[in-house]
Design a protein. Sequence first.
Length: 565
Amino acid sequence: MNKIKALKTIIITAFLSIFLTSVSIYADSECEPNLANNFTGIAVIPKPMKMNLTGGSFTIKPKTIIYVISDSPEIYSIAKYFAGQIKPATGMKLSLLESVEIDPPAGSILFTTTAADKTLGAEGYELIVKPNSILVRAPYPEGLFYGIQTLRQLLPAQIESQQKADNAGWSIPCVRIMDKPRFQWRSFMLDSVRHFQTKEFIKRYIDLLAFHKMNRFHWHLNDDQGWRVEIKKYPKLTQIGAWRGEGKNRYGGFYTQQDIREIVAYAKSRYVTVVPEIEMPSHATVPLFCYPELSCTGGPFETGGDGLGYYTEKNGWLVYCAGNERTFLFLQNVLIEVIEMFDVPYIHIGGEELREGAWTECPKCQAKIKELGLTDESQLHNWFMSRISSFIANHNRRAIAFSDKNMNHGVPANQIVQGWHPGWVEFAAERGFESYNSNLHLFYLNYPSSEEDRTKRSDYPDWMDTITLQKIYSSDPEPNGLTIEQAMLILGGEACLWTELVSQERVDEKVFPRLTAMAEILWSSKELRNWEDFSSRLDIHYQRLDKLGVNYLRPLVSEQMIAEK
């Protein structure tokens, strides 16, 4: 009898062992943080929520078939994108077929939304690689797209080459991944004003953002130094404001309305939302030079010189006249064309750095303060921004504005706050407003990336912080001390690159590898982040950046050691 009981115990123990092993494929990577890293070459950035190796590998071959769920043009386009991404390096033109199957047939890759886990949300996905098939499953197409980015990073780095890699083996480790982002707002801002970048360059950066699962591209298109977007009702903005310098030294450029529509459509195909920015009421020197009647003095204004002094060295920092109705007619006409070009949910309207006393000497502005029953220029600033925000809302868009002093008097209804100074994200959350974090001391990529970087270049101002890769990785977009309700109002974060000192040729070295750290803190859960683990994955990820042609500025080993201490 005891032998029978012992045998039963052995059988039950064996069954439980098998059962628990099968369940463990969905164990949190917190429980087994190094499991995936035991496979040479696995270095997914940003780190997935759950990832477990299951043994073996799948090899993509010329006869591999890509299946997509039937009657879904969008998913078909995503699958076609994947096939196109791997074709140059592999030389394979994989067949794409429709299917109603839930599981992929042997020797195939299946993209489907059928039977997906809805808890993964709008951008989450499941990736199951078996020795004879690959399944990419998500509740929505966005998740399938992000599953592809992970799949690319599971392949050898040569997959990113634009030339056929004859000696590479296109094997993918068998793995089960469940993944979704922590934050919905994962953004990068590029200033195209101080230094113009070409249309092709902008598309390249959209691809790089998508590869790292970033989903917002905040595009800074006008400022005191230039105007980069074609507005047909006001042609002087680009005829004059898109260029710098004199005579043979004249340089610059702008994006035509066709360019804009092309870039927005391209970004949408990569699930990146372009957020255009039209600055107001300050940082308006260029448009006021072109149309001086919108200023407080009425002009005329002089130009001369180049660099940061362009337009401003003889005129000061000009602002729109808040007491002049022609100002609002102009801005509304501009915004109408911007809204027509940018088929996106958001319009950024700047709103920061109104210099103190800008409207003090203007009779029209002072009369407007009196007419509205306001007490000072800060309240006038708030009224100005609220009026523009309401106009944007009436055109089915949400306004975004940089946090600034005017918000002490309240935030316009339905406006999103971009917190660029410490404390402003908390300020917005405490008052019930949505915001995202772009703290200049943590996430400004125009700042030096190391002390060596600062020493090597003499043009960094002393007031710029040194923002290392490790400093970004150790930061968090969600400040401490918020209630659960307040934390839910933090949409995410944004890395910003202002280009006063950064030509197009230098953008890569300012952005990478620091953007990889930003991507991870916005996508991966806070509990999963580990600097040593990230560093080891990044060492492998550099190979992919090499193949993608990214001219990154790799931190010195000595600086990495200092950061780790």
